[in-house]
Unconditional design. Structure first.
Ligand SMILES: *[C@@H]1O[C@H](CO)[C@@H](O)[C@H](O)[C@H]1NC(C)=O
Length: 256
């Protein structure tokens, strides 16, 4: 009898909590103007506005969108979106750029989620739904397990063939230099001109300022920056800039 009641009670709880959850969804997923929307509508609009740089400085992916973001990051759509970005870079090089071939044509890449995918790490960390733990992220980076973003390999090799100098400007810290180099070479990126990482003197400035200063130094050495490709707005905004900038999708985290 007690067991029967136990089962009944469990079923009752399951029914009750699931209907409560549905009720929450119905109540919550209404826009401010009263439009009734699905959770997918809500999360797709969140992601789109992150990419448009309307939503900034978020610390975590909203809990209710973790499943959606995880699906997007592991989807064909993410791959197609990234490939399109890279194809536009190649088009820009062939239509807007006259190469001088004097060793001063330059291109800048970001590293994380531009050359190396950190999806294997974020898969275990709720696709950005968990607050960033720098120690565990750097532990992962030091293992050199980042996978290549395939389309970026294509652009990287295209630039090498054109004789354009490649600069890697990353917010990774100096102590990760050898692990980063090993990881990049291991997955097929080699032959860059310089790997610029964040030194101790850069730690107190935000990433956007650090990256703008890196560009400024390159320009003062006579380089013409034909393009930048990065997954973060902090990699491409600020002055001095490049002839053009390209943003890869990444809704998992925001680096200011
Ligand atoms: C961050 O990660 C480290 C290494 O994995 C772990 O020891 C530590 O407990 C984590 N900190 C928090 C606040 O979760």
């Amino acid at each position: 009898m007690a067991r029967k009641f136990g089962i009944f009670f469990t079923i009752f709880c399951l029914l009750f909590t699931s209907s409560l959850a549905d009720w929450n969804i119905l109540k919550e997923y209404k826009t401010n103007d009263g439009l009734k929307i699905s959770l997918k509508n809500y999360c797709e609009s969140w992601r789109m506005n992150v990419e448009l740089h309307n939503i900034r400085n978020y610390v975590v992916v909203p809990q209710e969108c973790v499943t959606y973001i995880g699906k997007y990051m592991t989807s064909t759509q993410y791959k197609v979106d990234s490939e399109r970005t890279i194809d536009e870079c190649i088009l820009h090089l062939s239509t807007n750029c006259i190469l001088e071939n004097d060793g001063k044509d330059a291109w800048i890449f970001d590293i994380d989620d531009t050359l190396l995918s950190s999806i294997p790490y974020y898969k275990k960390n709720e696709f950005g739904g968990n607050k960033l733990n720098v120690t565990s992220l750097e532990d992962w980076m030091s293992q050199g397990k980042g996978t290549a973003l395939g389309h970026s390999v294509k652009l990287f090799n295209h630039l090498k063939k054109l004789g354009v100098k490649i600069f890697l400007v990353s917010s990774r810290r100096e102590h990760l230099r050898s692990a980063t180099t090993d990881n990049l070479v291991h997955v097929g990126f080699y032959g860059w001109s310089s790997l610029i990482l964040r030194g101790q003197e850069d730690e107190c400035k935000n990433v956007q300022k650090f990256k703008a200063e890196a560009r400024s130094k390159l320009i003062s050495k006579g380089y013409r920056i034909l393009g930048i490709v990065g997954d973060q707005w902090s990699s491409i905004v600020g002055l001095p800039s490049a002839k053009r900038t390209f943003k890869l999708p990444n809704p998992m985290y925001y680096v200011a």
